[in-house]
Design a protein around this ligand. Structure first.
Ligand SMILES: NC(=O)c1ccc[n+]([C@@H]2O[C@H](COP(=O)([O-])OP(=O)(O)OC[C@H]3O[C@@H](n4cnc5c(N)ncnc54)[C@H](OP(=O)(O)O)[C@@H]3O)[C@@H](O)[C@H]2O)c1
Length: 343
C-alpha cells in the first residue's frame, strides 16, 4: 500500500453570514477552505485524485438541498461536486491505478470510491483518447443532457427549428452543435451581444439576446416559421416568450430552470398557449437515465473525435479559484463550460 503524506485540501460547506440570496443560490460564505487526511484505501475501494472540478447546479443542490431528492449537507461537511481525475491507489479489481474517471465525488484533492459516486451512480471512465476535461464537458453531464434532450426526448426532424435557452452555457453550447446533426436549425438565447456573437461563431444559426428589449419579437424574427422544439435551460420570462412563438404541436423540453433558482421564482403568464397550440411539455432528470448514458457518451465521443463538436471551456486555475468559479454561473459570468483546474 502506498503511504501518502501531506494534507487533503477540501472545500467545506460554510455557515454564511452573507446569505441574502435564498432559493438555490449560493453566496461566498457557503465556501469554507479546510484540510483533512488523505483517506486510507480499504479492500474494495480506490482513491481518486482530482484534476478538475466542474461547478454546476449540483453544488447548489447539495448545499441547499434538492426537493424530493436529498436534504442539504450539514455545515462543515466536505462539499460535493463534479470532478475528473485519476485513480491513484486501488484495492478494487475493476478500477486499476491510472484509470481516468469522472463523477460526483468530494471537492477535495482526494476522494474514496467503491465505483459509485455521491449520487449512487457508477463513476464513468474517460476514454484514453479524450482530454481529461472532456470527461466533465461533452462526455459528462452537460454533453449527455444535451444528447438526451435531443436524441431521446424531442428527436427534432430535418428542417425543424430548435430554440435553446442558456445557449452560451454548458448544456446549451453542446446542444447547439448537436441540432444540425439532426438536420434541424439551432437558434439560441443568450445574454448580451458578446455572448450572442460567440454562440453564432460556435454554430448557432441565429441568436436572441434576452437582455435586449422585446424578447418575444426577437424570437419571432429569428424563428419565422415558429419553434418546433424549445430546449429550455432557464424558464421564467424566456419560457413565456417562447410559448407564444411555438408551432402548433411543438415540444417544450424542460432541462433546467436557472431563472427560478433565486429566492423569488419568476411566474409564467403564457401557459394557455400550451393548450391553444396543442404543445407537449416534459422534463427529464439526468440521474434517472443512467441506462442511456453509455450510448450517449459513445456517440458524443465519436462526434468529438470527428471534430463535429468543439468544446467551449472557461477554465479557472487553482484550488482557491473554486468559490468565484462556482458563483460565476449565477451571475452570467461564464462562457461555455466552467471548470476549475485544481492540480
Ligand atoms: N435536467 C437535468 O438533469 C439537468 C442536469 C444538469 C443541469 N441542469 C440544469 O440545466 C440548466 C443549464 O445547466 P448548465 O450546466 O448549462 O448551466 P450553465 O453553464 O451555468 O449555463 C446557464 C446559462 O443560463 C443563463 N442564465 C442564467 N440566468 C439567466 C436568466 N435569469 N435569464 C436568462 N438566462 C440565464 C446564462 O446565460 P448567459 O450567460 O447568456 O447570461 C448561462 O449561460 C441549469 O438550470 C441546470 O440546473 C439540468
Amino acid at each position: 500500500m502506498t503511504m501518502r503524506s501531506g494534507a487533503n485540501r477540501q472545500w467545506r460547506v460554510g455557515r454564511p453570514n452573507d446569505d441574502t440570496a435564498g432559493g438555490m443560490a449560493l453566496v461566498r460564505g457557503h465556501f469554507e477552505r479546510g484540510e483533512g487526511d488523505i483517506p486510507e484505501v480499504a479492500e474494495g475501494k480506490f482513491l481518486v485524485r482530482a484534476e478538475y472540478f466542474s461547478p454546476d447546479a449540483m453544488n447548489h443542490a447539495w448545499v441547499r438541498g434538492m426537493p424530493g431528492k436529498f436534504d442539504p449537507l450539514a455545515p462543515g461537511s466536505v462539499m460535493r461536486g463534479g470532478i475528473a481525475g485519476t485513480v491513484e491507489e486501488s484495492r478494487h479489481p475493476d478500477w486499476p491505478e491510472g484509470t481516468r474517471v469522472t463523477g460526483f465525488l468530494d471537492w477535495a484533492d482526494y476522494s474514496l470510491s467503491d465505483g459509485t459516486d455521491h449520487m449512487g451512480v457508477p463513476l464513468q471512465r474517460i476514454p484514453d483518447d479524450a482530454a481529461m476535461a472532456s470527461g466533465l464537458v461533452t462526455l459528462g453531464m452537460s454533453g449527455v443532457c444535451a444528447w438526451l434532450g435531443l436524441a431521446h426526448f424531442t428527436r427534432p426532424r430535418p428542417g425543424d427549428t430548435v430554440l435553446i435557452s442558456g445557449a452560451s452555457g454548458a448544456i446549451g453550447s453542446v446542444a447547439g452543435q448537436l441540432v444540425p446533426l439532426f438536420g434541424a436549425r439551432p437558434v439560441g438565447i443568450a445574454g448580451g451581444p458578446e455572448k450572442c456573437a460567440a454562440a453564432l461563431a460556435s454554430g448557432f444559426d441565429a441568436m436572441v439576446d434576452y437582455k435586449a428589449p422585446d424578447l418575444a419579437g426577437q424570437i419571432a424574427d429569428a424563428c419565422p416559421d415558429g419553434v418546433d422544439v424549445f430546449f429550455d435551460n432557464v424558464g421564467g420570462e424566456l419560457l413565456d416568450a417562447a410559448l407564444v412563438n411555438m408551432r402548433h404541436g411543438g415540444q417544450v423540453l424542460i432541462c433546467g430552470g436557472t431563472a427560478h433558482y433565486g429566492a423569488r421564482p419568476t411566474p409564467i403568464y403564457n401557459h394557455i398557449h400550451m393548450a391553444m397550440r396543442s404543445l407537449t411539455m416534459r422534463g427529464f432528470f439526468y440521474f434517472d437515465h443512467v441506462d442511456l448514458w453509455d450510448e450517449g457518451r459513445r456517440r458524443l465521443a465519436q462526434w468529438l473525435r470527428e471534430g463535429r463538436i468543439r468544446e467551449w471551456l472557461d477554465v479557472s486555475d487553482g484550488f482557491d479559484a473554486v468559490p468565484d468559479a462556482a458563483l460565476a454561473g449565477f451571475r452570467g459570468g461564464v462562457k461555455g463550460r466552467k471548470l476549475v483546474k485544481i492540480a
